[in-house]
Design a protein. Structure first.
Lengths: 120, 513
C-alpha cells in the first residue's frame, strides 16, 4: 500500500470549502486533495495511505464519526492521524479515535498550525 | 477617519473602513471576511471609497489588493488618486498592491480569474480585496449560473481567509425588480447615487443591506473633497434617538451682560437651554448674541459663534463699533468665530462642524450663538427635514452641555409674530422677539419675551438701544398702543398729558419773564 508523504485528504460535503482548504494547504507545501464524503474517503483509502485526514463531522451520506469508525477498522487506516472539524461541539461520550478537534469557523492560521503539528 | 482606537464600538471582528463616518452608518465597520457590493453610476466615488478602505487597512498593517477588471490601466487609476490625503505612496507595492485581472478574465474566463484571485490573497495574506468592475465578470460569464457560482466561491474563499472583499459595480437599472445575484449573495450592499434637486446635484450613500448588524437607514449626503469620500449622516438619525440629558447645572443662569435685560429674564437663560432671537434685519439679534458670548468670556466661559453672513474680522470690527469688544477674547481663544461661506453647504456637514468645534473646546457649559438658522435651512436638500434636523441638533447641543442662542429673521414690518418655522416651537425653550416700531417718524427697537420655559420673566415690552457704548434696555414702552401690529399710536391720554405738561412749562416760562 502506497504511503504518500505529505498527502493530506480534506473531507467535507461542502465542495468549495474542501477545495479551498486543500488549496491553502498546497500553498503551505502539502500534497492536499479534497474529498466530498465519507464513502469517497474510504474508497480512496483502498489505494493510498495519507499522512493526515481532515474530516468534517456533519455530512449527509455518512457522518464523519461513522467514516472514522470504518477507517479505524480498515487495514491502513488505523494509525492515520485525524483532525476533526465541525460547527458543532467536539463529540463526547464516545471513544476518542481522533487526534485533534477544530471548531468551525476556524482561523486558517490555526488550522495550518495544527496540520504542521500532526504532519510535520 | 475612524480607527479601532478612536471608535470604542468597533468589535475585533470588524474593520474600520477609513471613510469618515461610514463606520457610523454601519455601526462599526465592515465584518472581517465579509463580501460587500459597492454600486453606483460611474464618477460617484466607488473607486475612491474602495481605495480609502485599502489605505486604512494598510495603515493598520493589513495587506490590501486592488484588482481592476476594467480595461483602464492601473497607472491611470493611481494617478487620479495621488492628490487625496489618504494616499500614502510609500505603501504602494507593499501593503497596497494594484493589479489588473482583466486580461485573465477576458482570455481565460471566470475559473482562471477565481484561481488568480485566490492565489493573490494567499500569497499576499491579503485582508482586504477590491474587485473593480464586477460587471465585466457578469458580461463574460458563460451563464448566469456561472456568474453566481463565481461570487459564491469568492465569498467562501475570502470568508475562510477573513479577507474582506469589496465588489465595485455600476448602478443597476431601476426597472430591474429582482435583486441582482451579487446583492442577494453578498453580506452587504452600499449604494452611491446622485440626483438633481432644482439646480443642485445631491450625492448620497445608502446602506441597502448589512448582515450581522443594525445600520443607519435611509439616504445620507456625501461629498468628495481632498480627504476622499466623506459621509454626512443625517443629523436626526445620528442624534435623534438619544434622549436629552439635562446638565447638572441647568439651574445656572447665563447672563447677557445687559443689566436691564438680564433682569427681564430672571438673571439669564438656563444652562443647556435653547433660545431663539426673532427679529427683522437690523433689529439687533447679532448684537445681543455677541453680547451673550462676551459676557460669558468675561466670566471665563468659552463661546462659539457660528455664522453665515460676516467674516470673523468684519464681525469683530462691527462689534467694536457698538461697544461689544470681543477681539481680546477671540485673540485669546475663549471666543471662537466659525464663519461658513455662503456656498452650497450640506446641512449635516455644518451640524458636524458646529458640534466638533464645541467638543473641541473640551469645556463644560460652552455658550453658542448660531447667527442665522436660515443658513442651515438653506443647506437642506430636502426642506421637509428641517424640523427633525433642528430637533436632533438641539438634542445633541444639550447633551454636550452647550447653551445655545440662535437668530431667526422675520419680515421687516409684519403684523403677525410667528416663528419662521412651526417645527421650532416645541424645540426652543425661550423666545425673544426684537422688532422695529415707527413712532412719530422715528424707528425704535423693541424687545419682548414671548416664552421662557420653566422660568419667570418680565412680560413688558422694552425699548432696546444699540449705541457705541453697547446695548441697553430701557423702561417699558407701555404708552404705545398696538406695538405688535407694527405701528404705534400714542394714546390720546398720553398725548393730552404731554400737551398739558408742555403748556404748564410754557406758562411757567412766561411768568418768569
Amino acid at each position: 500500500m502506497k504511503t504518500t508523504a505529505g498527502r493530506v485528504i480534506v473531507v467535507d460535503d461542502e465542495k468549495d470549502f474542501a477545495d479551498n482548504v486543500a488549496l491553502l494547504l498546497r500553498e503551505e507545501g502539502y500534497d492536499a486533495v479534497a474529498c466530498g464524503s465519507g464513502p469517497e474517503l474510504l474508497e480512496r483509502m483502498k489505494s493510498e495511505t495519507p499522512a493526515l485526514i481532515i474530516l468534517d463531522i456533519m455530512m449527509p451520506a455518512m457522518t464523519g464519526l461513522a467514516a472514522l469508525a470504518e477507517l479505524r477498522k480498515s487495514a491502513n487506516g488505523g494509525a492515520v492521524p485525524v483532525l476533526l472539524f465541525s460547527a458543532s461541539r467536539e463529540p463526547a461520550g464516545v471513544e476518542k479515535t481522533w487526534q485533534e478537534f477544530l471548531p468551525k469557523p476556524f482561523d486558517i492560521d490555526e488550522l495550518v498550525r495544527r496540520v504542521k503539528r500532526l504532519c510535520p | 477617519m475612524s480607527s479601532t482606537a478612536s471608535n470604542p464600538n468597533l468589535k475585533s471582528n470588524r474593520t474600520p473602513t477609513g471613510v469618515p463616518r461610514l463606520d457610523l452608518l454601519l455601526k462599526g465597520g465592515l465584518y472581517n471576511g465579509g463580501l460587500y457590493v459597492v454600486q453606483g453610476a460611474p464618477g460617484l466615488g466607488k473607486t475612491i471609497l474602495a481605495n480609502q478602505c485599502c489605505y486604512a487597512a494598510a495603515k493598520a498593517g493589513r495587506p490590501a489588493s486592488f484588482l481592476s477588471l476594467m480595461a483602464e490601466s492601473t497607472g491611470r487609476l493611481t494617478s487620479y488618486l495621488e492628490d487625496f490625503t489618504f494616499v500614502d505612496s510609500s505603501l504602494v507595492g507593499g501593503l497596497v498592491e494594484y493589479g489588473s485581472a482583466y486580461q485573465t478574465l477576458r482570455d481565460h474566463g471566470l475559473s482562471k480569474l477565481l484561481e488568480l484571485i485566490k492565489k493573490n490573497i494567499i500569497a499576499r495574506k491579503a485582508k482586504l480585496l477590491v474587485l473593480d468592475g464586477l460587471d465585466s465578470v457578469e458580461n463574460l460569464a458563460g451563464s448566469p449560473a456561472e456568474y453566481r457560482e463565481f461570487i459564491y466561491s469568492l465569498q467562501n474563499f475570502a470568508g475562510l481567509l477573513k479577507c474582506t472583499t469589496l465588489l465595485l459595480t455600476p448602478a443597476r437599472s431601476v426597472e430591474e425588480r429582482m435583486p441582482r445575484p451579487e446583492q442577494a449573495i453578498s453580506d452587504g450592499v452600499i449604494e452611491l447615487t446622485e440626483h438633481q434637486i432644482g439646480p443642485r446635484a445631491v450625492r448620497e450613500i445608502q446602506i441597502l443591506k448589512f448582515r450581522g448588524s443594525d445600520f443607519l437607514k435611509g439616504r445620507h449626503e456625501i461629498e468628495i473633497n481632498e480627504n476622499g469620500l466623506v459621509v454626512h449622516p443625517r443629523t436626526e438619525v445620528q442624534f435623534g434617538a438619544t434622549p436629552p440629558v439635562r446638565p447638572v447645572s441647568f439651574r445656572t443662569r447665563l447672563a447677557f451682560g445687559v443689566p436691564a435685560f438680564d433682569k427681564m429674564v430672571s438673571g439669564g437663560v438656563q444652562a443647556g437651554s435653547m433660545t431663539t432671537l426673532i427679529g427683522a434685519p437690523g433689529t439687533g439679534k447679532t448684537s445681543l448674541g455677541l453680547s451673550f458670548l462676551l459676557e460669558g468670556a468675561r466670566r471665563g466661559e468659552a463661546g462659539v459663534y457660528f455664522g453665515f453672513y460676516e467674516s470673523a474680522e468684519e464681525l469683530i470690527e462691527k462689534a467694536e463699533t457698538i461697544g461689544i469688544p470681543v477681539r481680546e477674547f477671540v485673540d485669546n481663544g475663549l471666543i471662537e468665530i466659525q464663519w461658513q461661506q455662503s456656498v452650497e453647504n450640506i446641512a449635516d456637514s455644518l451640524a458636524e462642524r458646529l458640534l466638533e468645534r464645541i467638543r473641541a473646546r473640551n469645556q463644560k457649559g460652552v455658550r453658542v450663538f448660531i447667527d442665522g438658522m436660515t443658513g442651515f435651512r438653506k443647506s437642506l436638500a430636502y426642506p421637509e427635514r428641517f424640523g427633525a434636523f433642528v430637533s436632533a441638533l438641539t438634542n445633541e447641543l444639550r447633551n454636550i452641555g452647550a447653551t445655545t442662542i440662535y437668530s431667526e429673521e422675520t419680515d421687516l414690518f409684519g403684523s403677525e409674530v410667528l416663528l419662521p418655522d412651526r417645527a421650532m416651537a416645541s424645540v426652543v425653550d425661550n423666545v425673544f422677539f426684537l422688532r422695529y416700531v415707527e413712532l412719530r417718524s422715528r424707528l425704535f427697537r423693541l424687545i419682548s419675551i414671548m416664552k421662557m420655559r420653566s422660568s419667570a420673566y418680565d412680560p413688558h415690552i422694552r425699548e432696546f438701544r444699540i449705541t457705541s457704548n453697547g446695548i441697553s434696555v430701557s423702561n417699558s414702552f407701555s404708552s404705545a398702543e398696538a406695538i405688535l401690529s407694527g405701528s404705534a399710536k400714542m394714546v390720546n391720554a398720553v398725548i393730552a398729558e404731554k400737551e398739558k405738561v408742555k403748556a404748564k412749562k410754557k406758562k411757567l416760562a412766561g411768568r418768569q419773564k
